[in-house]
Design a protein around this ligand. Structure first.
Ligand SMILES: Nc1ncnc2c1ncn2[C@@H]1O[C@H](COP(=O)(O)OP(=O)(O)OP(=O)(O)O)[C@@H](O)[C@H]1O
Ligand SMILES: Nc1ccn([C@H]2C[C@H](O)[C@@H](COP(=O)(O)O)O2)c(=O)n1
Length: 222
């Protein structure tokens, strides 16, 4: 029986950082579904699509693959170009589209099938893997998330103000939680973790305790 760990939460709550560390600690796979929406969002924005038919046709042309933790778009490895605030907005914009969600959810389920895996996103515990063995809903205040993301971006040399980052987070929170299709919300059986006052290591430890209890086989393998 595989151990599927779903980590959902709003922009900048720490999903990617925590999921990567957790997967490394447990020696299992990791899937960043946000990266998939960022890749598709940037691709559709550049394609200047204006209706569902054009979106459907563009997705038919798209070759999105995943290998050894990297994404490849039409054979080219995807890099940090998808990590800008603007691409986060494109991702959130097209994530409201049912055709986009159907396309990516199918791919995510294929990747996660029968795997011990950590999958992070907005709708993993509610839509993509509703029977996941472990479900975490990771939150933090908007200000804490903006402060963390601002520090991360400025350390990367990205020219951005704290106010711009806070506004991007507020916009994405609103779009992600108010959309009709697969809105960001806590699954009934998910465990809420507010990381505002906890370090990355403390959050990982909290989740490992849950994994130890819910995924005994995986833990014994350790
Ligand atoms: N508990 C924490 N304490 C301090 N910093 C944190 C914590 N968790 C994450 N961070 C930092 O916050 C920043 C954002 O984290 P991360 O990119 O993992 O969030 P995310 O939820 O995946 O964001 P997005 O949904 O926008 O991709 C990173 O620089 C990360 O190192
Ligand atoms: N499972 C997912 C993952 C992501 N999205 C959308 C909403 C986010 O604002 C955007 C970028 O994700 P991030 O890189 O910030 O995790 O993609 C979604 O709707 N469902």
């Amino acid at each position: 029986m595989p151990c599927r760990i779903a980590i959902d939460g709003p922009a900048g709550s720490g999903k990617t950082t925590i999921a990567k560390l957790l997967a490394k600690t447990l020696g299992i796979f990791y899937l960043d579904t946000g990266a998939m929406y960022r890749i598709v969002g940037l691709y559709l924005e550049k394609s200047d699509v204006s209706n569902d038919e054009e979106i459907e046709n563009k997705l038919k042309e798209l070759k999105l693959s995943f290998s050894d933790g990297d994404f490849f778009l039409n054979g080219k490895k995807v890099g940090d170009e998808i990590r800008t605030p603007d691409v986060g907005i494109y991702a959130s914009k097209y994530a409201k589209n049912e055709i986009v969600r159907r396309y990516l959810t199918k791919l995510q389920r294929e990747i996660a099938e029968n795997e011990n895996i950590v999958v992070e996103g907005r709708d993993i515990g509610t839509v993509v893997l509703p029977d996941a063995e472990v479900k975490i809903f990771l939150v933090a205040t908007q200000e804490a998330r903006a402060k963390r993301r601002f520090k991360e971006l400025t350390e990367k040399g990205v020219k951005v103000t704290y106010e711009q980052v806070l506004n991007e987070i507020k916009l994405r929170d609103k779009q992600d939680s108010e959309r009709n299709v697969a809105p960001l919300r806590k699954a009934k059986d998910a465990i809420l973790i507010d990381s505002t006052k906890f370090s990355i290591e403390e959050v990982v430890q909290k989740i490992l305790e849950v994994v130890k209890e819910k995924c005994k086989l995986l833990w014994q393998r350790e």
